[in-house]
Design a protein around this ligand. Structure first.
Ligand code: R5P
Length: 277
């Protein structure tokens, strides 16, 4: 068996290969002048673990070409960040369910699919062979022993934050949106008083940073001593990091499902454990 490190996940792929004690396949990735991608994978044998996050359209095309290059090998697709998972239903008539299309492509080639904290149960439901790794305990461990409180930016992420906070051994809550009248919406922690506290806002994804920026402003207004942002997938579109730091965020941390400067926690061990089963 060999690990194929896709162009979006070279560091995590290497970490997984080390834990599995297997070699990385010799892979070439190029771009033609017209923008098309080229993939060549040499000497894989009959079993391949492909590690490639989907954080752009190019990542998706590269993944498809890797699969094709592997021809007759038995393929396990490790997609640490499953992009397109937020379009997990038709919000308007006529829309594509993007994650369904992605699932069909991946499962058309792969015998098994492993991912980390896919965005929703709906997104997961389009896969038949999916194994999911939960990175929330790892983020919790990162904060264990520190005097912090954790907050979910909304009720949707509350369950994830509960898992994270229980591992960290700290209090947790979520930001509740309450309509006061037709013109006024109040957003506050549901029951925690954050005054004078070091707060960690935890979410699955930071994309534009908009959600975290809004939450940070509210928490600083409520008297929080400091605000850190933690997430699994540091998509960080455009100038998201600048926006976060400008809003007063003290620190941003994430896992290595998307490889960024803030990716200080590795999911390699958990993924390797699933692959060994
Ligand atoms: C939303 O459902 C997700 O859990 C994240 O809160 C969202 O994707 C973050 O996006 P952004 O950083 O653009 O606000």
């Amino acid at each position: 068996m060999k690990v194929v490190a896709g162009p979006s996940s070279p560091i995590l792929a290497k970490r997984i290969a080390e834990r599995l004690n297997v070699r990385l396949a010799n892979a070439t990735f190029k771009r033609f002048p017209d923008g098309e991608l080229y993939v060549r994978i040499e000497d894989v044998g009959d079993e391949a673990v492909v590690v490639q996050s989907i954080n752009s359209n190019d990542d998706l095309v590269a993944l498809m070409l890797i699969f094709d290059a592997l021809e007759n090998a038995e393929i396990t697709a490790v997609i640490p960040y499953m992009g397109y998972a937020r379009q997990d239903r038709k919000f308007k008539e006529g829309e594509a369910i993007s994650v369904r299309a992605v699932a069909r492509m991946i499962e058309g080639y792969a015998d098994k699919v492993v991912t980390v904290n896919i965005h929703s149960r709906e997104a997961a439901s389009y896969f038949r062979k999916l194994v999911e790794v939960d990175a929330m305990p790892l983020i919790g461990e990162h904060y264990a022993g520190r005097d912090v409180v954790m907050l979910s930016p909304d009720l949707g992420s509350y369950e994830r934050v509960r898992v994270c906070a229980e591992r960290a051994g700290c209090e947790f809550d979520y930001l509740e949106k309450r309509r006061i009248d037709a013109e006024t919406v109040e957003i506050k922690p549901k029951s925690l008083d954050v005054e004078g506290k070091d707060v960690v806002i935890v979410d699955d994804i930071i994309s534009t940073g908009g959600t975290m920026v809004e939450a940070t402003k509210i928490l600083l207004r409520e008297g929080a001593k400091s605000v850190e942002c933690a997430c699994v997938h540091a998509v960080l579109a455009g100038n998201a990091l600048n926006r976060l730091y400008s809003a007063g965020v003290k620190r941003v941390i994430a896992t290595d499902t998307v490889e960024r400067a803030v990716s200080v926690i590795s999911v390699a061990e958990e993924i390797a454990r699933v692959l060994k089963k």
